[in-house]
Design a protein. Structure first.
Length: 473
């Protein structure tokens, strides 16, 4: 029986879930032997697949779509927890192992009727005065959603009021007021920093506080009583993938001699063998499904396509699907460092947050192969993690020729011109070189494409935003 149940919930944000699990697996055995982890998926748009893990992890997915269902998600976690004490926190917060170890050692001495808030590096704090909830609290040291509580007491005297589900805010502050009315106390543990808060919110959701503010005020006037009934939604346990189950990567694959040969020559092994995707599918990108791709695949029927600069794989997957649509047993070689471009690396850029990171390392490659596997095209895609320049040299050295090459690795003039020259040598006669972002927003791309067209003496075709050159036969 665990001594502590660690409970968090999430909506989308698959990279944060993956980062948390990876971090939890690094915790000392002395901690892992005393805790269980409970994750509640609050009806994310794309269900996650969870691989084998050494931690005691249970996952439940809410299948009824209810906006802002934190009350229901946390109540669900409470009912499935086996420990006497529970630690609740948001998925974008990470606890430190040493203070957690101190908590575990002191659980037996803690007061069941006291809720313990925990100091964190960055947080926001709601005020119990409903009319004066601060908008910013960078100087405050804990988060209302982060607390340690005795579960039997929490279930008996409080829990969350699910009347607040469906709208944003005040479920946390109201719960604390009900807890206080039932005789519960609150203490701030301020001796250590227990959590580091990333502070990543879920975009695109309505955060209007008006409805729940009015609801809270009415409930306060009525005497601070929780409504009857909890878990007012459908939910299901999520099965963790075990070593004995067939990985999704293997289940989707059909024999493809071209892909098998290129995989052997470029990777030395089948990189998909046994791979279990743990990210949700995320094909976010730009200009990935251009009609020119389909037209060229239908005309050339290339056995090899090279996609240079693939981001999360949107164009790679679309090209692989085009091969299938036109019954071509071909392969897409996906060339990328999977570190992002200049605009994704500059911390002052608006685009920097598009890349999930773990300890500073971009997770684009994990997202890419997850997308490839989830979309069922792993039998037609071979990734090549390399700079575009070195990849071109390698492909030329081993004698690869492609009927279609798509260049989208950089928006800088020198880089685009260098890639066009390098991959022209690999392009088969009659094949097509296609570049992206021929648009005034990217003048360097336009200049490089125009100069390269003049350099090889072949006219440039523009199908905005693609620039296209066919190599003479």
């Amino acid at each position: 029986m665990p001594n502590l149940s660690i409970i968090s919930h999430f909506y989308n944000q698959p990279h944060l879930v993956q980062e948390q699990i990876a971090y939890w697996e690094t915790l000392p055995d002395a901690i892992l032997s005393q805790v269980e982890f409970i994750l509640i998926d609050d009806c994310s748009e794309q269900p996650l697949l969870y691989g084998p893990t050494r931690i005691d992890l249970k996952v439940f997915r809410i299948v009824t779509q209810i906006a802002w269902n934190q009350p229901g998600a946390r109540n669900l976690g409470s009912f499935h927890a086996r420990a006497e004490w529970a630690l609740f926190f948001d998925i974008d917060q990470r606890f430190y192992s040493e203070p957690l170890d101190a908590i575990l050692k002191n659980l037996a001495h803690m007061d069941p009727m006291t809720m313990y808030n925990l100091r964190s590096k960055k947080s926001r704090l709601g005020d119990q005065d409903w009319s004066d909830r601060p908008n910013s609290a960078s100087d405050l040291c804990f988060h209302l959603n982060t607390f340690l509580v005795n579960l039997p007491a929490f279930k008996l005297h409080g829990m969350y009021d699910e009347d607040f589900s469906g709208h944003y805010g005040y479920d946390d502050t109201y719960m604390l007021n009900v807890w206080a009315k039932q005789g519960g106390k609150r203490v701030l543990y301020n001796d250590h920093e227990y959590f580091n808060e990333v502070g990543i919110g879920t975009a695109g959701l309505d955060r209007d506080l008006g409805y729940n503010l009015s609801l809270a005020e009415n409930k306060v006037r009525a005497g601070l009583h929780n409504s009857s009934g909890v878990l007012r939604f459908a939910w299901e346990p999520v099965q963790l993938v075990t070593e004995r189950q067939t990985p999704l990567a293997d289940a989707h694959r059909d024999p493809n001699p071209t892909c098998r040969d290129l995989m052997r020559r470029l990777q030395g092994t089948d990189i998909y063998a046994g791979f279990v995707p743990t990210f949700a599918e995320d094909r976010q990108g730009w200009n990935s499904q251009h009609p020119a791709f389909d037209c060229i695949v239908a005309e050339v029927r290339p056995s090899v396509i090279i996609d240079v600069g693939v981001w999360k794989g949107g164009s790679t997957i679309y090209l692989a699907e085009a091969l299938e649509r036109h019954a071509v047993k071909g392969t897409v070689i996906a060339v990328d460092t999977f570190l992002g471009s200049l605009e994704h690396t500059d911390m002052a850029s608006d685009l920097v947050d598009l890349i999930p990171r773990r300890h500073g390392t971009p997770l684009l490659y994990e997202q890419f192969i997850t997308n490839v596997v989830r979309c069922g095209v792993s039998d037609r895609v071979v990734p090549l993690r390399q700079t575009s320049t070195l990849a071109a040299k390698l492909l030329q050295r081993i004698g690869v020729q492609a009927g279609l090459i798509h260049i989208d690795a950089s928006h800088e003039y020198d880089d685009v011109l260098k890639d066009a020259r390098a991959y022209w040598n690999i392009l088969a006669p009659g094949g097509y070189l296609v570049g992206d972002d021929y648009h005034p927003v990217w003048p360097g791309v336009m200049q490089a494409a125009d100069e390269f067209s003049a350099e090889v003496g072949v006219s440039l075709s523009i199908q905005t935003p693609k620039w296209i050159i066919q190599k003479p036969r």
